[in-house]
Design a protein around this ligand. Structure first.
Ligand code: GDP
Ligand code: IMO
Ligand code: MG
Length: 422
């Protein structure tokens, strides 16, 4: 039995949802441990496209349990919408979903504050998803947040909410923003709470019992290594630990129960939002956007694109303890020739093997590239490694070698079947 932590090894949107869908075939439980509905995980099943935001990507597979752990921040109204939206298209959601009673709530004032902070930052903005994620985690750290357990006690919730609304409305007014109606939020949230009540549980106890029974757990990371609040390109990060440790703190499953860490990385690099992206190149962005690729699953924003950055992914291997790698979107490079790979950064005449911690330094780093020949053939129909053109095989092996972990999967299209298991 192997419990697997799946993490994004870059800046998010690596194709985690697709790889989770493939791996769920062999797992019993899929758990989200951090982030909120800033995530957008795409799964294509039976020709239909699903984008999951708060619900684990395993929900599309019958007979699998899905758990939203204590480390996730939940907008209950958005979660009810997501559940109802999925049910409308035939996805069964009932006893297969559990939500931690300790998960913190995202409230409308968090979204309003997120929006205000971004607006007031002007050019220095983070480029958040405006889902209120930063302010919600801020309240959690300040020990003033509301949790799922509060929502299920209507009288207590109303009392706590009233105090929080008073405080946050005065902040919003001071920022020149419109205050939010307490009565409406209270009504909407209590209604959402009643719909969510059947799913709420002590998920720590559930997961430990499952482990005792020998069940196999898949931890579905959201965002990516360089968006981690501690290890990412601060301050251009999200507000949770997106790296492997987050899977433990965000679920209550201890480190010694984790068996492997799988890093997911695109065959090139993308990023949404602000902050440096050393290998960014408008040429590759233009090409991918012209193909209709690399538009955000949550906000629809065009993703910034660059060449594969092995300095970044090698660092990701170190932080997460990545044992195995899944390369996605190899087919995105089918028409590119030559293909560049960044193997080091140059900063003030020095060669760097690891990214500098300071955002101001990172932005001045110049990538040092190696060039690889393109294969200029479609890889989308490949079923096994030997179906790939030699140049594509060599490229995948080389970027895995530079990243420093064993290559175990290559994805050549968004569908489940477009996956080579090595
Ligand atoms: P996530 O947030 O890491 O789950 O990734 P997203 O779903 O936000 O973005 C990844 C995008 O790439 C989605 O549109 C996927 O359907 C798509 N995708 C994943 N793997 C592949 C692949 O190997 N090839 C192609 N063409 N698309 C892929
Ligand atoms: P998945 O799980 C890509 C980015 C935002 C912004 C920064 C902070 O689909 O990979 P936030 O709203 O979290 O405060 O925004 O983080 N970001 C993501 N980028 N994929 C994601 O999730 C992201 N979630 C947040 O664009 O730069
Ligand atoms: Mg995404």
């Amino acid at each position: 039995m192997a419990n697997t932590i799946l993490v994004g090894a870059q800046w998010g949107d690596e194709g985690k949802g697709k790889i989770i869908d493939v791996l769920t075939g062999n797992a019993d439980i899929v758990v989200r441990s951090q982030g909120g509905n800033n995530a957008g995980h795409t799964v294509i099943q039976g020709g239909k496209k699903y984008v999951l935001h708060l619900i684990p990507s395993g929900i599309l597979r019958r007979g699998k349990m899905c758990v939203i752990g204590n480390g996730v921040v939940i907008d209950p109204v958005a979660l009810v919408d997501e559940i109802e939206g999925l049910r409308k298209v035939g996805v069964r959601i009932g006893k297969n979903l559990l939500i931690s009673d300790c998960a913190h709530l995202v409230l409308p004032y968090h979204r309003a504050l997120d929006e205000q902070r971004e607006q007031r930052q002007g050019h220095a903005k983070i480029g958040t998803t405006k889902r209120g994620i930063g302010p919600a985690y801020g309240d959690k750290a300040a020990r003033t947040g509301l949790r799922m357990a509060d929502l299920l006690q209507p009288e207590l919730f109303t009392k706590k909410l009233e105090a929080k609304m008073r405080e946050n409305n005065s902040i919003l007014k001071a920022l020149g923003a419109r205050p939010i109606s307490f009565a409406k939020v209270n009504r909407d949230f209590l209604a959402a709470g009643e719909k969510l009540r059947p799913f709420v549980a002590n998920t720590v106890v559930y997961l430990h019992r499952a482990l005792q029974q020998g069940k196999e757990i898949l931890f579905e990371g959201a965002q990516g290594t360089f968006l981690d609040i501690d290890h990412g390109t601060y301050p251009y990060v999200t507000s949770s630990n997106t790296t492997a440790g987050g899977a433990c703190t965000g679920t209550g499953v201890p480190p010694h129960r984790m068996d492997r860490v799988l890093g997911v990385m695109k065959a090139y690099t993308t990023r949404v939002g602000e902050g440096s992206l050393p290998t960014e190149d408008p040429a590759i962005a233009g090409m991918l956007h012209d193909m209709g690729r690399e538009f955000g699953a949550t906000t629809g924003r065009a993703r910034r694109c660059g060449w594969f950055d092995a300095v970044a992914t090698r660092y990701a291997t170190m932080i997460n303890g990545i044992d195995e790698l899944a390369i996605t979107n190899l087919d995105g490079l089918d028409t590119v020739d030559p293909i560049k790979v960044c193997v080091a950064y140059k900063l003030d005449g020095k060669t760097l093997e690891v990214p500098p911690s300071d955002a101001a330094q990172l932005i001045r780093c110049q990538p040092v590239y190696l060039e690889f020949p393109g294969w200029k053939k479609s890889t989308e129909k490949a079923k096994k490694l030997s179906d790939l053109p030699k140049a594509a095989r060599d490229y995948a092996k080389k970027i895995a070698e530079l990243t420093g972990a064993r290559l175990s999967m290559i994805s050549v299209g968004p569908a489940r079947g477009q996956t080579l298991i090595l």
